[in-house]
Write a protein that binds this ligand. Structure first.
Ligand code: NAP
Length: 231
């Protein structure tokens, strides 16, 4: 892998990520929040309904490495239903945002019996019994993501949070100005079809980003970009 920006040099995913320490960067009222997505050249976030076919071993290494830099991982219910997360050993907490509470309760994340899951929900339903410790935090109407972030910082002590999508959750986090950085894998592929994009339902407005690094993986042609949100 080669770093194209800044300071061109040979590097690796591990070496690039070793420079990151997000633990103390967040403001007092919420975790430092960074997001990770893989996209095709035509801007699709899925191929065959999943994100996995867009990525590669290097992209997986980036995702796993980013998880290690985060105390918690956040996903939307749509992503949980499609990707059916398993146990995330490197993270103290996984949080899921769901209006309906219709989650794949038989997925390993809920059945493994390890770790802690917080589900922010606006549903009044109860969750089924799970081997994993699942804590429901209820909101009225839609989940208030500013309040959810405050909860994660104040009640769970989460200082750094990786959001792995999907596009609907990502758009709301951006609109609420809660995102600090975006890690985007630009796959050297076209996907076509009608799949989702990086964001879904984001109101039109220019939001300036600063390109903090650009890495190139020659075996796949992927570009790994790290953007900071300009404030
Ligand atoms: N390329 C990538 O890197 C990448 C990353 C992630 C996901 N994806 C793909 O994206 C697709 C899923 O997209 P998506 O946009 O539907 O996923 P999503 O954003 O993960 O989930 C949307 C769901 O999250 C819940 N939600 C989000 N914000 C909420 C709020 N404020 N209050 C209450 N509930 C809220 C709702 O759940 P309920 O329906 O339970 O009410 C909503 O239907 C999948 O195909 C997945 O593979 C791709």
């Amino acid at each position: 892998m080669r770093r194209l920006l800044p300071d061109p040099a040979e590097t690796s995913v591990d070496e690039a990520l070793a420079t990151l320490d997000f633990a103390d960067e967040g403001p007092a009222e919420r975790p430092y929040l960074f997001t990770n997505f893989v996209l095709s050249l035509d801007g699709r976030a899925t191929l065959g309904g999943r994100s996995g076919k867009l990525g590669s071993d290097a992209d997986t290494a980036m995702l796993v490495g980013l998880r290690k830099r985060a105390e918690g991982v956040m996903i939307g219910a749509g992503t949980m239903r499609v990707e059916r997360y398993g146990q995330l050993r490197n993270n103290r907490l996984v949080c899921v945002v769901s209006g309906s509470l219709e989650l794949p309760w038989d997925a390993e994340l809920f059945t493994c019996g390890e770790g802690r899951v917080v589900v922010f929900t606006s549903s009044e339903n109860e969750a089924p019994e799970t081997a994993t410790d699942v804590h429901l935090v209820r909101h009225e109407g839609l989940v208030d993501l500013v309040e959810a972030m405050r909860y994660l910082r104040a009640e769970e002590g989460i200082g750094s949070l990786l959001c792995e999508g999907g596009p609907h959750l990502h758009a709301q986090l951006l609109e609420a100005d809660l995102v600090d950085e975006l890690f985007v894998t630009h796959a050297a592929k076209l996907a076509g079809g009608e799949g989702p994009h990086l964001v879904a339902g984001l109101p039109e407005r220019e939001r300036a980003l600063e390109l903090a690094w650009l890495l190139h993986e020659p075996t796949t042609g992927e570009l790994f970009a790290r953007y900071r949100v300009r404030r």
